[in-house]
Design a protein around this ligand. Structure first.
Ligand SMILES: CC(C)(COP(=O)(O)OP(=O)(O)OC[C@H]1O[C@@H](n2cnc3c(N)ncnc32)[C@H](O)[C@@H]1OP(=O)(O)O)[C@@H](O)C(=O)NCCC(=O)NCCS
Length: 428
């Protein structure tokens, strides 16, 4: 990375030199760190579409070309060849693990999967219909009470392992609680994804064997969700982390950010939308018209992306995966046909073409989760489980950053100018 060129800002008869930062893939950022002290001006970019909040070596996205790489490795190669745990290691430590490193990492995670027994009582306090995302974020925040030591690199390392190990347990327990089934304790002889499946789907009265198609498909889904640079939840994790808040609080904040329908909850919303269309006689053309009519308040969920303006490489992988998984599991899902029909018209439609709106990762992921037997209200939890190593890596990066500063944006104030207080009995 270099800062060789300058940009020039002319304002009010004066000229200012602003240094430029060039990333390893050639993106250029005008460095405005000293803009306010030197000029009194600030930048104004609601929604941060043109703002770089940090430099990061974790994930590279080129939205115009549909490129997504973790630590330089193309998402297509990782989805095809890697495991979720290997991708976790890659994101966290920057390199693919060597065989012994992989063994140690897997072993460490498997030693921390059990929750403190007292934490189990929290699940009893939630109403039965509590959304599993609410349960997940609460339980992750509560981990800070059980693992409060954050003083040394060793504490930090241990807490990262604890978090990665316990989130699948929390997620599966929240599901079991919602359906009134007994909790299934972790089985440390299983790999990460198989253990999660067992905790989700086993019951004490029956033997459970992991279906390899389900496992492979879930590995792929989790890998595809593992990081996505400075999206709303990762930026939230960094924002909270910048206050030196501990790991658990920072990640819990990220889970809250993910719960919104414009972010992680879009996968649940896609299925609800497809079900609605199906109940309405499958008239997808009617819904396409509604999506184009702003007064309808209806958006085509799973379409559009702030960064991808050509195609979302994750959606391409998942579209194929949806076909393969449904076939292998012999599941017929009419929602897949509705989804494909919607996509086909949208790709030809002027409204969508002009605005560069394409299916995103959430468009097909829900259909695969359904086929795997994962209930709709758990979809966003699955997204959180996948995104966990990304959030932790972003949190770790900000904590190791020599330019570390609390995040504190400015604003353009548009409210009242100074006015005088009026006592209550004198207000009309
Ligand atoms: C993802 C999303 C939040 C990106 O938002 P954004 O970058 O701020 O884009 P905007 O909301 O400014 O949208 C740009 C234009 O496309 C339209 N648009 C965007 N997504 C749309 C959708 N899913 N259906 C219909 N119109 C859409 C907007 O109305 C806007 O039209 P306009 O220029 O005429 O006003 C947005 O596309 C969306 O709401 N998608 C549905 C939710 C979703 O799938 N989220 C998961 C993201 S991984």
């Amino acid at each position: 990375m270099s800062e060789t060129k300058n940009a020039v800002l002319k304002y009010d008869g004066k000229e200012y030199q602003l240094p430029v930062k060039i990333g390893s893939e050639g993106e250029i950022g005008i460095v405005t760190k000293k803009l306010r002290p030197e000029t009194g001006l600030i930048t104004y970019d609601p929604g941060y579409g043109s703002t770089g909040s940090c430099s990061s070596a974790i994930t590279f996205i080129n939205g115009e070309k549909g490129i997504l790489r973790y630590r330089g490795y193309p998402i297509e190669q990782l989805a095809e060849n890697s495991s979720f745990v290997e991708v976790m290691y890659l994101l966290l430590y920057g390199e693919l693990p060597k065989p012994q490193e992989m063994k140690d990492f897997e072993y460490n995670i498997s030693r921390h999967t059990i929750l403190h027994e007292d934490m189990k009582k929290f699940f009893e306090g939630f109403p039965p219909n509590a959304h599993p995302m609410t349960v997940l974020s609460t339980m992750v925040a509560a981990m800070a009470a059980y693992y409060p030591k954050t003083d040394y690199a060793e504490d930090r390392k241990n807490n990262i392992i604890r978090l990665l190990a316990k989130v699948p347990t929390i997620a599966a327990f929240s599901y079991k609680k919602s359906i009134g089934h007994p909790f299934i304790y972790p089985d440390n002889s299983l790999d990460y994804v198989s253990n999660f499946l067992k905790m989700m789907f086993a019951i004490p009265s029956e033997e459970y064997t992991v279906n390899p198609v389900v496992k492979k498909s879930l590995e792929k889904l989790l890998i595809l969700h593992a990081d996505h640079e400075q999206n709303a939840s990762a930026s939230t994790v960094r924002m909270v982390g910048s206050t030196e808040a501990n790991l658990f609080h920072s990640i819990s904040a990220g889970i809250h950010a993910l719960s919104g329908p414009l972010h992680g909850a879009a996968n649940q919303k896609v299925i609800e939308m497809l079900e609605k269309i199906q109940k309405d006689g499958g008239d997808y053309e009617k819904y396409m018209k509604m999506a184009k009519d702003k007064s309808s308040g209806f958006r085509l969920m799973g379409f559009g992306h702030r960064v991808y303006k050509n195609f979302d490489p994750r959606a391409v992988i998942l579209k194929k995966s949806a076909d393969d998984v449904l076939k292998a599991l012999q599941v017929e899902d009419p929602l897949l046909d509705i989804a494909k029909n919607l996509e086909a018209i949208a790709l030809e439609d002027d409204y969508f073409v002009q605005r560069k709106l394409y299916p995103n990762v959430d468009f097909y992921s829900g259909i695969i989760y359904r086929a795997l037997g994962i209930p709709t209200n758990m979809f966003t939890v699955m997204f959180a489980l996948g995104r966990l190593p990304g959030w932790v890596s972003q949190w770790k990066e900000i904590n190791d950053d020599p330019e570390f500063r609390i995040h504190r944006p400015r604003q353009i104030y548009t409210g009242y100018n100074e006015r005088q207080y009026v006592p209550l009995d004198q207000r009309s």
